[in-house]
Design a protein around this ligand. Structure first.
Ligand SMILES: C[S@@+](CC[C@H](N)C(=O)[O-])C[C@H]1O[C@@H](n2cnc3c(N)ncnc32)[C@H](O)[C@@H]1O
Length: 227
């Protein structure tokens, strides 16, 4: 295992164990989470909810096909949304067993029988080409250690006409987020450089997808692409 993967494993083992703290920040629901979200991401309640809603809205209404989510993390932003797609077959993948454990518990509480979980690496997805109708990726691209492989694999497993949607951190939009990202988050093993700007992310996606739309909300870039 490379050093980058070891760092990711160690960092998210801790996050998975302290999932209440992490979830509070991601969902903007706890006092400490709101303070962190405000200070680091310049997100208020409206913006924090807006970027997640827009990222999730890339999944087509009434989707009854195959959905892959990577990385699912603790599932605090996405799992409840799958109650809207009872006829879809959802697979959630993450590298960290501890993050997956928290996600599994959440899925049980929500009685999500059509959602399954898998440990794995986005850079070597264990699926055949053209498997999924939709791929959701929330806050993963800035964390993945091998960006080129991740982008290529995500496109490979999507069916022609399939949709990639989600969001990630991009640099160059908010100096406070940039500072914390390249110091605290990179040093802690939570994020991995190099980071894209909104423009470089658009170029990457345009090389892989026939339709690309991007929007930034502070340092969060929300995307929807059609293969
Ligand atoms: C910032 S968290 C985001 C998780 C979740 N989508 C959310 O918004 O809460 C980044 C996640 O990426 C996962 N991850 C990092 N590298 C990965 C890889 N190579 N393959 C799959 N998951 C990975 C980490 O384990 C972690 O759960």
């Amino acid at each position: 295992m490379s050093n980058r993967f070891r760092q990711i494993e160690r960092a998210y083992r801790l996050v998975g164990k302290l999932s209440n703290l992490y979830d509070g920040m991601m969902t903007y629901t706890t006092v400490s989470g709101k303070i962190a979200s405000n200070l680091i991401w310049s997100l208020d309640d409206k913006k924090a909810k807006e970027y997640v809603r827009k990222a999730l809205s890339g999944i087509p209404e009434g989707c009854a096909g195959t959905i892959l989510e990577v990385p699912v993390g603790t599932g605090s932003l996405s799992l409840e949304n799958y109650t809207r797609y009872p006829d879809a077959q959802v697979t959630c993948l993450d590298y960290s067993e501890e993050m997956l454990s928290a996600a599994r518990l959440r899925a049980e509480a929500l009685k999500l029988r059509h959602v399954s979980f898998l440990q794995g690496d986005v850079g070597a997805l264990p699926f055949a080409d053209n498997t999924f109708d939709c791929l959701l990726s929330i806050n993963g691209l800035h964390a993945f250690p091998e960006k080129e492989k991740a982008f290529a694999e995500m496109a490979r497993v999507l069916k022609p006409g399939g949709i990639l949607c989600g969001c990630c951190y991009v640099k160059g939009e908010n100096w406070k987020t940039d500072l914390v990202a390249r110091t605290v988050f990179v040093q802690g093993g939570f994020f991995t450089q190099p980071f894209d700007t909104a423009e470089s992310l658009r170029k990457r996606m345009e090389a892989l997808y026939s339709e690309v739309s991007l929007e930034t909300i502070e340092a969060e870039c929300v995307f929807r692409c059609v293969k």
